[in-house]
Design a protein around this ligand. Structure first.
Ligand SMILES: NC(=O)C1=CN([C@@H]2O[C@H](COP(=O)(O)OP(=O)(O)OC[C@H]3O[C@@H](n4cnc5c(N)ncnc54)[C@H](OP(=O)(O)O)[C@@H]3O)[C@@H](O)[C@H]2O)C=CC1
Ligand SMILES: C=C(O[C@H]1[C@H](O)[C@@H](CO)O[C@H](OP(=O)(O)OP(=O)(O)OC[C@H]2O[C@@H](n3ccc(=O)[nH]c3=O)[C@H](O)[C@@H]2O)[C@@H]1NC(C)=O)C(=O)O
Length: 288
């Protein structure tokens, strides 16, 4: 198993920002994760799990203790209409495997750049679909190193919410129940959604997806757009000129630049429209 010390996380985050991990490990099996959790518990190290870092800002001070990236646990298996994906599998790859097996239901995720673990953790959604519509159960590891099989009810999905968040569990794998469909039709729907995404979102620049949650009754992107903030920039982090709900790294941004732009956007939208924008991105790690 690969383990790195003092490893810059900017190499792994989609924003290309963030400080160093004291210890960064790439486990290849549940056994590896259990060994790492045991080691961390014995040495009183905190544990942080990162998926594809597509909806994440790691502060410039980095992450103490042990950080895990699960991309080496990426097996996807299919039995009839049931698809099981390990936590480190990419969501996009999972949609391709479903399509190849004529399975319909996760077309909505064709362009979601996260991992299966991150997608369950955040109850990922786009274009009217979300993880809760198709996931029937997940295997998780508890902080005291026990593997649990949780059904959908126990996962307690809500808007960008899942019970894994407050129980500090690590998602190991997820089971999806899909329906049989036509391979061509599934592919067409995935292509269509990817075209919509490419037309609206700044996919050509580093970002962390939608920075803010949808406030009830509003769209974050529209509020930021109407506040005249598109193009607003601090350091190398800029409110996207293409989609105001994104902050793009246009010139060697730091995580601090991102956080300063977020603060300014929140204050401006509050002042102009009286709406509180809550971050959807996870912000983790220490200040510099
Ligand atoms: N709709 C869209 O177009 C887009 C949606 N997204 C969303 O963001 C999600 C982020 O996914 P991803 O990039 O993989 O995640 P990230 O690496 O961005 O991690 C986000 C958080 O997820 C938690 N996490 C990740 N993997 C696991 C795991 N195996 N077990 C437990 N917790 C985990 C971590 O929580 P902690 O810090 O507490 O350990 C982490 O802080 C996507 O799946 C999707 O929901 C992202 C971009 C675009
Ligand atoms: C990118 C993410 O998810 C995305 C997901 O891909 C898309 C597609 O379904 O819908 C959400 O974006 P969104 O709420 O910004 O949806 P969009 O349809 O792009 O925009 C909403 C509305 O705001 C308007 N809008 C958007 C951007 C902008 O600069 N100006 C503007 O006026 C749009 O015209 C539209 O009327 C998800 N974000 C949230 C917070 O719900 C993510 O979670 O990281």
């Amino acid at each position: 198993m690969d383990i790195f010390l003092d490893e810059p996380l900017s190499k792994y985050t989609n924003t290309k920002t963030g400080g160093k991990a004291d210890i960064l490990a790439f486990p290849e099996s549940v056994d590896h994760i259990q060994q790492l959790v045991q080691y961390a518990n014995e040495n009183q190290l905190s544990i942080t799990v990162i998926g594809n870092a597509s909806n994440l800002i790691v502060r410039d001070g980095g992450i103490r203790g042990l950080t895990l990236i699960l991309t080496k646990m990426n097996k996807i298996t299919v039995h009839e209409n049931v698809l099981i994906a390990q936590a480190g599998a990419s969501f996009i790859e999972t949609t391709k495997v479903a399509q190849a097996n004529s399975l319909s239901g996760i077309e909505f995720a064709a362009g979601i750049p996260g991992s299966i673990g991150g997608a369950v953790f955040m109850n990922a959604g786009a274009y009217g679909g979300s993880v809760q519509d198709v996931v029937v159960s997940a295997d998780v590891l508890t902080p005291d190193d026990q593997v649990l099989h949780l059904d959908k009810q126990e996962l307690d999905f809500g808007y960008r919410h899942c019970s894994v968040q407050e129980n500090n569990q690590i998602v190991l794998a997820a089971t999806f129940e899909l329906s049989h469909g036509s391979r061509d039709k599934i592919q067409k729907e995935m292509d269509h959604l990817n075209e919509l995404r490419a037309a609206k979102q700044p996919l050509d620049l580093p970002s962390c997806g939608s920075v803010f949650k949808r406030p009830e009754g509003y769209f974050a992107g529209k509020l930021i757009h109407d506040a005249g903030l598109q193009g607003f920039q601090i350091g190398g982090a800029q409110v996207s000129k293409k989609h105001a709900g994104f902050i793009v790294n246009v010139d060697k941004a730091t995580a601090t630049d991102y956080l300063n732009v977020i603060k300014h956007v929140q204050a401006t939208v509050k002042e102009k429209f009286g709406v509180n924008l809550e971050t959807e991105v996870r912000i983790i790690g220490d200040n510099e």
